[in-house]
Design a protein around this ligand. Structure first.
Ligand code: ATP
Ligand code: MG
Length: 358
């Protein structure tokens, strides 16, 4: 592991819409938790996203991407606005460029019940993480040319050994890290190995990587049976990993189980880089009105602290992550909530309450 630097360099890309407001919240919490622990963060803010594209014609400048590549971590608000598109109609989404550029193959999304938030389902405990492969799978051929036959169209499922090994290594590390804080240490593969060759290959690579991690339990479940279990007994899952398209669907199901887009954090993790951002988008309908729920972003900051702590073997970062989660829990448990989850607090007053709890 690279040793802990004197000061962690974080490239911060607030982006568009409520991305800016929730990033302010995340940064306030990061500063508040770091200082008493003697942890130093060097925050390097840059403009990127739809606003940047409108002003400069470039969604993310090469200098910004380079700075992001050199940083210890990347913190990302939200990017894209419905009325800002390229000439070909595509949306501005630099997060996809970063994923490809830095090989961020593992899209990590925790699903956790939080105090004071009504769960959609009755479940005694929901505390699992979905890991979605984010660069290939059924999305691999999205830029393939049309078939040429007006009556047939194809998409292909591509699974590669290199990407799958990284994906599974991230998943097993995550299960090991979660076990240190009371998790069961289990990785579940959702696949369709009974039908698709690419999925049978994925399962073989999973089994190989599993052999290198004898301390972690594993299970292999067909994705269709898996989603039923996820609804009926979510408490059985710890880390659940799968191909891109399955992950796209299952991670939204998981977010639905725990209730509320504004609450959900995420990380895009590769071998040497990681981007942390809330699951939600730029939400232009509520932007600039102090209505955004900052919990997803604040918990993304906690994920960043965990990742840095594991990577650099830095107990102060792990401690900071614990403190941030505890402060969010305490704030919600005391009944302070934003409007999207039934409360009356604004983005800033909620954030002040979390900082006070710290
Ligand atoms: P994208 O296309 O960028 O992924 P989206 O269009 O799927 O995003 P969002 O922009 O994330 O969706 O938001 C959908 C709606 O959910 C918003 O219009 C907003 O009303 C609500 N929402 C999203 N995030 C939050 C938040 N942090 N706090 C409160 N409400 C939110
Ligand atoms: Mg949107």
């Amino acid at each position: 592991a690279p040793p802990a630097p004197a000061s962690y360099e974080v490239v911060v890309l607030p982006g568009d819409g409520i991305g800016v407001e929730v990033t302010d919240a995340g940064v306030a919490v990061l500063r508040a938790v770091a200082e008493p622990l003697g942890l130093r963060f060097d925050l390097d803010f840059h403009q990127a996203g739809a606003g940047a594209y409108k002003e400069t014609g470039v969604a993310i400048a090469e200098t910004v991407t380079t700075a992001a590549g050199d940083a210890d971590a990347i913190l990302f608000g939200a990017m894209g606005l419905p009325d800002v598109r390229r000439d070909d109609g595509t949306e501005i989404a630099p997060q996809i460029d970063l994923r490809e550029r830095f090989g961020l193959v593992a899209g990590v999304r925790p699903a956790t019940l939080l105090p004071g938030i009504d769960p959609v389902l009755y479940a005694p405990k929901v505390d699992f993480v979905t890991v979605r492969e984010s660069t290939e799978g059924l999305f691999a051929g999205r830029n393939d040319p049309p078939s040429g036959d007006p009556d047939v169209e194809h998409d292909r499922m591509t699974i590669t050994r290199a990407t799958s090994e990284t994906l599974f290594e991230v998943s097993f590390s995550l299960a090991a890290a979660r076990r240190r804080t009371g998790g069961p240490g289990r990785v579940t593969l959702f696949d369709k190995a009974n039908v698709l060759k690419s999925q049978a290959f994925l399962r073989r690579i999973f089994d190989e990587v599993a052999e290198r991690h004898p301390g972690i339990e594993t299970e292999r479940v067909y994705v269709d049976a898996g989603v039923m279990m996820m609804v009926r007994e979510p408490e059985r899952f710890d880390v659940v990993v799968m191909e891109n398209m399955f992950g796209d669907i299952v991670s939204d199901l998981a977010a639905g189980i725990t209730g509320g887009l504004g609450l959900a954090p995420s990380a895009d993790i590769g071998r040497d880089h990681a981007v942390f951002q809330p699951c939600h988008g730029s939400a232009p309908d509520i932007a600039g009105r102090d209505l955004a729920n900052p919990v997803g972003m604040i918990l993304s900051v906690a994920m960043m602290l965990d990742w840095l702590g594991d990577r650099h073997d830095d107990a102060r970062c792990l401690d900071a992550a614990r403190r941030v989660r505890a402060a969010v829990d305490a704030t919600l448990a005391a009944g302070t909530r934003t409007r999207d989850v039934g409360g009356t607090a604004g983005t800033t007053s909620f954030t002040e309450a979390v900082v006070a709890a710290l």
